[in-house]
Design a protein around this ligand. Structure first.
Ligand SMILES: C[S@@+](CC[C@H](N)C(=O)[O-])C[C@H]1O[C@@H](n2cnc3c(N)ncnc32)[C@H](O)[C@@H]1O
Length: 283
């Protein structure tokens, strides 16, 4: 990454919001049991612009992305709303609905630099060319002191082969004890892997989270220390204690993949959610 931040022109906010709205229409609905909790749309617009700026000219891996920030970043560039952004984006997610939604959107909109792969971060990271940077908004590790965050961060670090930058989106709240413990543990884990905290943007994003509507998340940026590539080691499956309370108290991972049953148009009402009562019906 460069030392001097680039001057960027103003973005057309209406076009940016409408582009993100197209993406939101295409986003599979969240499964709360796997901590899928979507970021609010206004925050997605700002976050996408920040990610595009941060990863400009780079190859970017997303470790999980139910929010669809990856799609927004790619689409904003293809649409010409932004004239900067990553040159390649790959989403690794265990939810086939997300993977297929990304692929279909990319195909429909002719976004050549966006792709997705079905992958569970409990398994070893698949062999792939080196990425320059990674982004993750993982399960936030409220019940395991951030260990679930650390597994997603580990996969991101493996994707960049221990050399490059990461953006980690996790809980940030001054009133609650657990987000502070998690932040400290993630920073400590990153340090042990040869990374330092290069920036932190606090309390930025809100979520559609009914039981904690005020909980915010931050962007925690990490960057590799010099010569860190030599720390790179073979990726291995995760097991045991690392998986305890992964998605919350007593919620260990039980599934390898969420398979897509039916191809849905998420922006349209589905036949099984309504019934048409004819005018002549006496009811
Ligand atoms: C855990 S959610 C975190 C909340 C975030 N705002 C969201 O909904 O995207 C992030 C993504 O991680 C994915 N995910 C959850 N468990 C996973 C696993 N074991 N391996 C790979 N991806 C996983 C989810 O499908 C989701 O897309």
């Amino acid at each position: 990454m460069t030392n001097v931040p680039k001057e960027r022109g103003r973005i057309d906010l209406r076009r940016a919001i409408n582009a993100v709205s197209d993406v939101v229409q295409n986003r599979p609905r969240p499964l709360r049991e796997f901590d899928q909790i979507h970021m609010k749309t206004g925050d997605m617009v700002l976050q996408s612009e920040m990610v595009a700026d941060w990863a400009d000219g780079k190859e970017l891996a997303f470790i999980g992305d139910g929010d669809a920030i990856s799609v927004c970043v790619a689409y904003l560039k293809t649409r010409g709303v932004l004239d900067f952004g990553p040159t390649k984006i790959t989403v690794f997610d265990f939810d086939e609905r997300t993977v297929q939604a990304v692929r279909r959107f990319a195909e429909r909109e002719g976004i050549e630099h966006l792709d997705a792969e079905l992958y569970n971060c409990i398994d070893a990271m698949p062999e792939s060319p080196k990425y320059d940077c990674f982004y993750t908004n993982p399960p936030w590790g409220a019940s395991n002191m951030g260990e679930s965050v650390n597994l997603f961060v580990q996969r991101g670090i493996e994707a960049i082969k221990y050399d490059g930058d990461g953006m980690i989106v996790i809980a940030d709240d001054d009133e609650l004890p657990w987000p502070k413990e998690v932040l400290a543990n993630v920073q400590s884990y990153s340090r042990d892997a040869g990374f330092y905290v290069s920036k932190m943007q606090r309390k930025l994003h809100s979520y559609h989270l009914d039981d904690a509507p005020d909980l915010r998340s931050c962007n925690l940026f990490i960057s590799s220390l010099p010569d860190n590539a030599k720390r790179a080691r073979h990726s291995e499956a995760a097991s045991g204690d690392r998986l305890a309370n992964f998605y919350g108290k007593s919620k260990e991972p039980r599934v390898r993949y969420v398979k897509e049953r039916k191809r849905l148009d998420y922006g349209m009402a589905h036949e099984d959610e309504y019934e048409l009562i004819p005018l002549e019906d006496p009811r």
